[in-house]
Design a binder for this molecule. Structure first.
Ligand code: GAP
Length: 507
């Protein structure tokens, strides 16, 4: 997808009330966005879908809602005070700032793309006789490009592990990475920058204390481990889920709602017996991918990315990447977090954070498998995949959001064909009946075709038209957004019909 399409998606989101720049009347605030009347509905629906599949559908997972502010020692224990840093580098000519690791990962990605291009070229050249697997494993150019990409990220991981910032700068220079804006290799030194926002709690005269806006929701779950385990009489394996805001002072904030300074996460920590974590890690990887696919978005839009450099708390980690308009990028992380967090909180708080296992008669600090997904990124995945400009048979263009129907902000629009002869009254009666169960909208302005276009543009899956025939036999036409097909059904069957069409696939 091109830059042009991405620009269209961003302006469509604004024009149709999905997403606005924050405090726009003051020219906005970088990397902060507000969700409008349709955006907040779509966001709520995605959140509800996640909550239902994680909490409602699992008898051993419960949900909580922890505070954003937490005791400052939380972040010392979790490692965020010391290690939640981005390695930054500036280009002296363009004055642009970059994450050093992202520059290297982009370089590696380019090498992998070059290898794929070689394969594509060969495919065209050899036609049906082409043996792709053989070519992949033996062609010297393909192997060289792939090796270059892998070496670049492996060396980066080692340098980051050793916190060798001078080495990281030299690595960027050796790879001859240029600034995408200035095209020069005139780089500053690399330095670490902590991403947490801090603020003060209490009045200054009483001795205010520095606290942080949480950079992830997960820690609210860890500090409540004993509370939930005891009050919920939970038995291992069990999970605690929550959704909520997180804050990061992202330096390279770009790509619309992909990387924001204030965003929302949907996280679940699954507590397991030590030694069982890899089994659960694999099981959650599978389950989370099914969740994505059940939205009806094709499988080729997703791929796995195994982490080269593991976070300070993980012994295995993989991301589900999505094919955003700007390429494949991280959408969700599945991490095996060991007993790192609970042990650290146990040490820093002096409180026992252990589970007594009645099956083995021993107490231990459970291991944790985490699933962590950005709500805003899921929104962007759904929204960008849904956006389509179609040229119709009559040559006109319709813009349609093919949002999975069960997530659509407005489910049904009720449209009286004319504004007279009692038709609006019948339409309003049908509207009120449907309102009990669905987000509905009434529209009687303009020709019916224009009204359909307005609903297509906000992704409404069903338009109900009330006409003279409705007065005679109480039937209505129902138009499907994606096929634009219309069929006539009795008004009394509407609610049941819509309900059957709105179910997501079972995961
Ligand atoms: N508790 C683990 C954790 O926070 P993460 O990979 O840093 O892991 C998890 O974040 C998810 O949160 C990401 O996969 C992404 O979807 C979302 N996310 C992270 N930073 C974000 C940002 N600045 N803007 C929007 N979403 C973000």
């Amino acid at each position: 997808m091109s830059d042009d399409i991405f620009k269209k998606i961003i302006s469509h989101a604004k024009e149709y009330g999905f997403i606005f720049p924050s405090s726009e009347i003051y020219d906005g605030l970088s990397a902060v966005y507000d969700y409008g009347q349709y955006g907040s509905e779509l966001k709520n629906n995605i959140r509800k879908y996640w909550w239902k599949s994680m909490v409602q559908m699992h008898s051993n997972i419960v949900g909580i809602d922890a505070a954003i502010f937490m005791h400052p020692t939380t972040w010392k224990a979790s490692g965020h005070v010391d290690a939640f840093n981005d390695p930054l580098i500036d280009n002296k000519d363009s004055k642009k700032r970059y994450r050093a690791d992202v520059l290297i990962e982009d370089y590696a990605e380019k090498q992998f793309e070059k290898a794929e291009k070689e394969i594509e070229k060969a495919k065209k050249r050899f036609g049906d006789t082409f043996d792709e697997a053989l070519f992949r494993s033996t062609n010297p150019r393909v192997l060289e490009y792939r090796q270059k990409g892998e070496d670049a990220t492996a060396k980066m991981a080692a340098l980051l592990d050793a916190n060798d910032l001078d080495g990281l700068k030299k690595h960027i220079e050796d790879l001859e990475i240029v600034c995408p804006i200035s095209g020069s290799r005139n780089w500053t030194d690399v330095r670490q920058f902590n991403l947490m926002f801090d603020t003060k709690i209490g009045s200054v005269s009483e001795g205010a204390e520095t606290i942080y806006l949480r950079p992830e929701t997960a820690q609210g779950i860890f500090v409540n481990f004993m509370n939930v385990y005891k009050t919920g009489r939970m038995k291992i394996p069990f999970g605690i889920a929550q959704t909520g805001k997180a804050f990061r002072n992202e330096i390279v904030a770009r790509q619309f709602i992909f990387r924001m300074r204030e965003f929302e996460q949907m996280e679940m920590q699954f507590f397991v017996r030590p030694g069982d974590e890899m089994k659960w890690y694999e099981s959650w990887r599978e389950e989370r991918m099914k969740w994505h696919l059940a939205m009806g978005i094709p499988a080729e839009k997703y791929r796995w990315h195994k982490h080269e450099k593991l976070a300070h708390y993980a012994n295995a980690a993989a991301d589900i990447e999505f094919d955003f308009p700007f390429g494949f990028k991280e959408l969700e992380g599945i991490h095996s977090r060991t007993d790192f967090d609970l042990t650290a909180h146990q040490t820093h708080s002096g409180k026992k954070l252990q589970y007594f296992d009645p099956e083995t008669n021993e107490s231990y600090v459970p291991y944790v498998v985490e699933t962590s997904i950005g709500l805003d990124r899921t929104f962007l995945a759904v929204f960008s995949h849904a956006f389509e400009e179609q040229t119709l048979e009559d040559g006109s263009v319709r813009t349609v959001l093919k949002i999975p129907p069960f997530l659509a902000p407005i489910k049904v629009a009720v449209l009286p064909l004319v504004k007279k002869d009692g038709i609006p009254e019948v339409a309003n009666k049908i509207l009120d009946d449907l309102r009990e169960d669905y987000m509905v909208q009434y529209d009687e302005k303009d020709a019916i075709g224009r009204r359909y276009r307005r609903q297509d543009a906000i992704g409404t899956p069903f338009c109900i038209t009330i006409d003279y025939e409705t007065l005679e036999n109480n039937t209505v036409t129902i138009r499907h957004r994606d096929s634009m097909e219309q069929r006539r059904i009795p008004a009394a069957e509407l609610s049941a019909y819509i309900a059957s069409e709105l179910k997501p696939k079972k995961t």
